[in-house]
Design a protein. Structure first.
Length: 242
């Protein structure tokens, strides 16, 4: 049987955002790209919580699996890998972070996410999709990528995304910086050349991980899997290190 490969999307995306990567993957894998709670077909699933996401991933891939995550999905992938130690065989993290280490800064971010969640609930999905596209780390995406991402965001609901901010936001989840050394599996850290912020984070993460490699993808921004799906498929489909 082909090995399972679970792909976790970013905030405001759905599992469909992985379609181009999946199409370029070697056929030896069985890709699984679920909609995370609060998103897409899982917009109405409650509670939108870390425990719920870990349970969902464990259910969708009952056998050992490789795990891929982008941005929010990468942060969640780290939590899943620690919670399901022994079942996750390999991690590929794209534009991801272990969270905010400083408790005060994390509390400030949580308060900001709560305020944004309240605003989202008063907006249409079209209005919020346009607002989120202007986020600094996403604003320089190529027009074709912006178009496909907008179509993907329209699969969401304001209520679902608000709950995702409250339950899965950077401020809501504990920092994992101090636990990176507990990850015994190989970790591939993928970042775009134009994404200076997350290049720095990836370098710092690599220093704290037992087995890590950083891949800087030329010409790409934060959402590398959307701008360079073939390159990401090569990294994802590569053979695990001994």
């Amino acid at each position: 049987m082909a090995p399972n490969l679970v792909l976790l999307h970013g905030f405001t995306h759905t599992g469909a955002s992985w379609d181009q990567v999946v199409a370029a993957l070697p056929q030896r894998y069985r890709p699984l790209a679920p909609d995370i709670r609060g998103h897409g077909t899982a917009s109405g699933v409650r509670p939108v919580s870390l425990a719920g996401v870990v349970s969902d991933v464990g259910a969708v891939a009952p056998e050992p699996f490789a795990l891929v995550g982008y941005s929010m999905g990468g942060r969640l992938a780290l939590h899943v890998a620690l919670a399901l130690a022994g079942r996750v065989r390999r991690l590929v993290l794209i534009g991801a972070s272990p969270g905010i280490a400083d408790p005060a800064a994390r509390a400030e971010r949580r308060a900001a996410d709560d305020r944004l969640a309240g605003a989202v609930e008063q907006m249409t999905i079209e209005a919020f999709a346009q607002r989120w596209a202007g986020t600094a780390v996403l604003a320089d995406q190529p027009p074709a990528v912006q178009e496909s991402v907008h179509a993907d965001r329209m699969r969401n609901t304001p209520a679902g995304l608000a709950e995702a901010l409250r339950g899965l936001g950077t401020g809501a989840l504990p920092s994992l910086w101090a636990r990176l050394g507990h990850l015994a599996v190989p970790v591939e850290l993928v970042v775009g050349e134009r994404d200076g912020k997350f290049q720095a984070i990836a370098s710092e993460m690599a220093a704290g991980l037992p087995q890590a490699r950083v891949h800087v993808v030329g010409g790409a921004g934060h959402a590398v899997h959307l701008e360079a799906p073939g390159v990401v498929a090569e990294v994802v489909g590569g053979e695990p290190r001994a």
